[in-house]
Design a protein around this ligand. Structure first.
Ligand SMILES: Nc1ncnc2c1ncn2[C@@H]1O[C@H](COP(=O)(O)OP(=O)(O)OP(=O)(O)O)[C@@H](O)[C@H]1O
Ligand SMILES: [Mg+2]
Length: 390
């Protein structure tokens, strides 16, 4: 799939922008704070309806006009992102996201409003790499669980359904355990909540295990390519229900996840009553990411961590491509910093096989000539974009 034209209005530091983009590598060059990341963010919002960097939707509405910050104008404004998207077999569709200052989102496909998210999603898939993805490697377990949740939901929307149900049941079970520990209240329906978390949790464990199994060999191959065979990346799923000295999920093709979870809950039952909270389950999962056998979070250099995060994202791209039967759009925000010239060159050469890619950078110095010849290069300055004549 590919984007043909992109249009922005009152979006971040863009007042109005209409841009024709190329089918392969599109490079956005500019100094800091000019609007490169904003542009990639717009495409990501169009694909997923969510921003990778703002919790509040209204933050994306243009704040300044003529250099003046005016909350008033901001409240009257609506940010619009729209694009013509071309699919291999399905022709073109016009996608549009409008966000008003109250954070209200209006989603449209070919001019028709889609009130259900599931009716909007699926026309444009974007795999995005940005600075927050470093947290998958360097951050806390919750960052890695967030990665799992986001990526698996994108590939299997049913996952999100189980996740929401699991969280609701977990909250109730935790409340009950808390009251039992704190006030000595009776176990009013604990078994029923246990049944629910086991049912939904088993789905989450299973999907996470499958996802890691699918993505880890791909990421390993890509990481090896990016490092010229010098580094071996291993990704392991640390399933909280199997942490009690039992085998890792990869050793168990015919795993009964519900049974495993239930036995682990039995193991921790008395601790749960004492501490007043659920002590096993997907909310305690993690990933172990190793480079040449050492935990990357603790031992890897910044460049190694960035390379590993990139390998994971590119593996995700390949998985998405397999599911879609065509290339998703790839967004690479500032990927080159922290990488040495050799890793930069290998990565850039690899992007050639990726279909439509949007890459932001502060300089194109050192980019291979042949790659530049096949790319569209745009200069981004103060919320304006100009295409460089070739
Ligand atoms: N809602 C908004 N309204 C107006 N301007 C905004 C809004 N949100 C962010 N900006 C501004 O957009 C500018 C460009 O941000 P962006 O992150 O795209 O820069 P960049 O070109 O990627 O820079 P860098 O090279 O530092 O990553 C920033 O100066 C930021 O203050
Ligand atoms: Mg940026």
């Amino acid at each position: 799939m590919r984007i043909n034209h992109l249009h922005l209005s009152s979006f971040r530091n863009y007042d109005q922008l209409t841009l024709d983009v190329g089918p392969r590598l599109n490079i956005f060059v500019g100094d800091n704070a000019q609007g490169k990341t904003n542009l990639l963010e717009a495409i990501q919002i169009l694909a997923s309806t969510h921003s990778f960097r703002s919790a509040r939707d209204a933050d994306i509405i243009q704040l300044c006009q003529n250099g003046q910050v005016s909350e008033m104008t901001r409240f009257e404004k609506v940010a619009v992102i729209s694009a013509e998207v071309e699919r291999e077999d399905a022709g073109t569709v016009l996608m549009e996201v409008r966000i008003s200052s109250l954070g209200k989102k209006n989603l449209q496909v070919n001019g028709a409003r889609r009130s259900r998210l599931s009716d909007y999603l699926g026309h444009l898939t974007a795999v995005c790499f940005n600075s927050f993805d470093l947290d998958i490697i360097a951050g806390e377990p919750q960052d890695r669980r967030r990665f799992l949740n986001l990526e698996i939901s994108q590939l299997n929307p049913i996952y999100n359904h189980y996740l929401l149900r699991y969280r609701r049941a977990l909250e109730q079970r935790n409340r009950l355990l808390h009251d039992m520990a704190e006030y000595g209240s009776g176990d009013n329906g604990l078994d029923a909540w246990t049944d629910q978390i086991v049912e939904y949790g088993a789905h989450l464990f299973e999907r996470r295990d499958l996802f890691v199994k699918e993505i880890s060999p791909l990421a390993q191959t890509i990481h090896s390519e990016l490092t010229n065979g010098e580094e071996k990346l291993d990704i392991r799923y640390l399933c909280s229900a199997l942490q009690n000295g039992t085998a890792q999920p990869t050793d168990r093709p015919e795993m009964d996840w519900g049974q495993a979870f239930r036995s682990d809950l039995e193991r921790v039952a008395s601790d749960e009553l004492r501490r007043g909270m659920t002590l096993s389950g997907p909310q305690r999962d993690d990933l172990s990411i190793l480079i040449n056998g050492s935990e990357a979070r603790v031992f890897a250099s910044q460049g190694q961590q960035r390379t590993a995060a990139l390998s994971l994202k590119m593996a995700e791209f390949e998985v998405a491509m397999g599911r879609l039967g065509e290339n998703p759009v790839l967004l690479l925000d500032d990927v080159l910093s922290d990488l040495d010239p050799q890793r930069q060159r290998i990565l850039l050469e690899k992007t050639n096989g990726f279909g439509q890619t949007f890459l932001s950078t502060t300089t194109i110095k050192g980019f291979p000539e042949t790659l530049l010849e096949q790319s569209n290069i745009y200069e981004v300055k103060g919320g304006a974009v100009t295409q460089n004549a070739k």
